[in-house]
Each structure stands twice: as structure tokens, then as C-alpha cells.
Write a protein that binds this ligand. Structure first.
Ligand code: ZN
Length: 312
């Protein structure tokens, strides 16, 4: 296989986007119970009748951003082959037991790290993994990709994105192949999971829609796009997502990948200290503000009960 040389490694995860059930329950869990910050209240740009809520670390740094397309439904999707299965927060070792007591879940050890496997109220799998270098609450440790054949996915990670293989581990329910980026950026680990189960991914609440990797700037993103196109991947044009520029492609294992720029960032349309307090609409939907504000479900985002202090 021919491939253009890696221009510059990916800088880690930028964000993870999942599908949730009702927005209020989603907000209550991620803000009131977990203590992450609502950093943007907007709509799905491609379907503005639904919220798109963004959570993250207090400073909204790339690598901490978890976003949801919020569906007002009790239906559920199903995690399975061809999508990301879980995301993991980095937490201090001493916080794991407290989270376990507070939220339940299942303790595990993986690649010599201790973790806690959890589900959010709509069935989304997520983890907390003890990380010595953890400094800020809300930053990612890793994401797990569920694919049938790890090899082609691994080649994208190593040959295009600059990840390095970190070994494989047989677990109770499948084999996990770990990849690292150099450095210490949040979310610099990706696991490819070949599960013993053969579940088919069905999109819906409780499943991850896509994961986004970080490009430093537009030139970095363009270099990655050129490399992917040269390999025959079907990559979208650059899309303006207001807070970042994005390109998308489905990697060979079926997982929807995005590459997002760090800039312009979440303070582009509201001050840093007010992130998440007002409904923000992109210019193409601003003319529908009155209609959308009336039709979107009520969402109480002032902390109507005091958020529990997050563990640091
Ligand atoms: Zn995205």
C-alpha cells in the first residue's frame, strides 16, 4: 500500500459526540452528578430542531469535550461493531473509589491501569481510568473503537495519525489493542476492541456517533485530508462548525472519524465565563431563533440543585 508520509501527528482526541435521550436528564447527569461544565448550548446544525449540548473541563480545552445530539425519546440504540463503544475520563487514583461509591459501576484493571466502567442514564458506556498525570477534571484518557478486524483501523491510526502501538491485552470479553500518541495531551490513547460479541451497531441514544481527533490548525487538517485522499479514503469537504473546522470520513472498520481544528474555540460567540448560559445558534439558523426557542424542550441549565463538588 502506498501512503503519503505523516506530516505531523494528531494531537489527541478533540471531542466525542454521542446520542442521548432527553436533554434535561443528560444535563443533570453530566453537570449535576459528574460535575463537568456545560460549555455550549446549541442545536444540531444539520437538524436544528434538536439540542446539541457540549460538556467539558472548566476551561473547555480540546480533549475534554463531550457533545450530545439530544433526542427527546425513551428509545435506545445499541453499541456494536463499526462505532466507538466508550470514552474514558482520566481521574486521579485516589478518586476512583469515591466515584465507585457514588455512581456504582464495575472496577477493572487494563494495561496495568485501574478503572471504573459506568453507564449514563441513557445507556452510554463510559469509564474513569486512574492516570498519574491527570490534572484537570473532565479531560479524556481514551476512547474505545469496536471493530471486527483491527488491522485496517490500526493502519489509519499509525500510518496517518501518528499513533504508536502499545500492545494488546486479552480481556474477559475480547481483545484490546492499544495505541498511544507521544506527549501528554488529554485523550492521547485509542483502544481498538475486537469483541467476542458480534453485536451490530444501531445508532440511537446510548451510542457514540463519532469521535473527533485534533488538528492544530487548518494547514495540519489539510495535510491530513490530502494524505487520506491519497489513500483512497472518502473525506468530506471542510465544514464550518462555528467552534472548529471539521472534516469527516468513515475509517475502514466503519467508525465515523472527524478531524477538528483547535480554533477558533468555544469563546468565539460568548465570553469564557459565560459558556453554556445562552442558546447559541450558528448564522445559518439565527433567523429561526424565535421558532426554535419556542419548540426546543425546556432545559433548566442554571444549577437548580447544587452540583456535587467534583473530585480532583
Ligand atoms: Zn464532531
Amino acid at each position: 500500500m502506498t501512503s503519503a508520509p505523516i506530516t505531523q501527528p494528531i494531537a489527541g482526541l478533540h471531542h466525542v459526540t454521542a446520542i442521548s435521550g432527553p436533554a434535561q436528564e443528560n444535563f443533570d447527569f453530566y453537570v449535576q452528578r459528574l460535575g463537568t461544565r456545560l460549555i455550549k448550548k446549541t442545536v444540531n446544525f444539520d437538524a436544528p430542531e434538536m439540542y446539541h449540548l457540549y460538556y467539558g473541563a472548566a476551561d473547555a480545552r480540546p480533549g475534554s469535550v463531550l457533545t450530545f445530539f439530544n433526542r427527546e425519546t425513551t428509545a435506545r440504540g445499541q453499541a456494536g461493531i463499526g462505532a466507538a463503544q466508550a470514552f474514558a475520563y482520566a481521574v486521579p487514583q485516589e478518586a476512583l473509589e469515591e466515584w465507585h461509591t457514588r455512581l456504582g459501576g464495575t472496577r477493572f484493571t487494563r494495561f496495568d491501569e485501574e478503572g471504573l466502567a459506568l453507564q449514563d442514564p441513557h445507556g452510554q458506556a463510559f469509564e474513569m481510568i486512574a492516570t498519574p498525570a491527570q490534572t484537570v477534571w473532565g479531560a479524556f484518557h481514551s476512547a474505545t473503537l469496536w471493530v471486527a478486524d483491527p488491522e485496517p483501523t490500526a493502519r489509519i491510526l499509525t500510518e496517518v495519525f501518528g499513533y504508536q502501538p502499545h500492545g494488546e491485552e486479552r480481556g474477559p470479553d475480547g481483545t484490546r489493542f492499544r495505541f498511544h500518541l507521544p506527549g501528554s495531551a488529554p485523550g492521547r490513547i485509542v483502544d481498538i476492541w475486537r469483541s467476542d460479541m458480534a453485536a451490530k451497531h444501531r445508532p440511537g441514544p446510548g451510542t457514540i456517533h463519532h469521535i473527533a481527533f485534533r488538528a492544530r490548525d487548518l494547514a495540519h487538517q489539510q495535510g491530513l485530508r490530502d494524505t487520506l485522499l491519497a489513500r483512497g479514503e472518502q473525506v468530506t469537504e471542510v465544514k464550518d462548525r462555528q467552534y472548529f473546522k471539521a472534516i469527516y470520513f468513515r475509517e475502514p472498520g466503519g467508525v465515523l472519524f472527524e478531524i477538528a481544528t483547535d480554533g477558533p474555540g468555544f469563546a468565539v460567540d460568548e465570553a469564557m465565563e459565560h459558556l453554556g448560559t445562552a442558546l447559541k445558534l450558528p448564522p445559518q439558523h439565527e433567523h429561526r431563533r424565535t421558532e426554535l426557542e419556542a419548540s426546543l424542550p425546556a432545559l433548566l441549565t442554571d444549577t437548580h440543585h447544587t452540583p456535587k463538588a467534583s473530585l480532583r
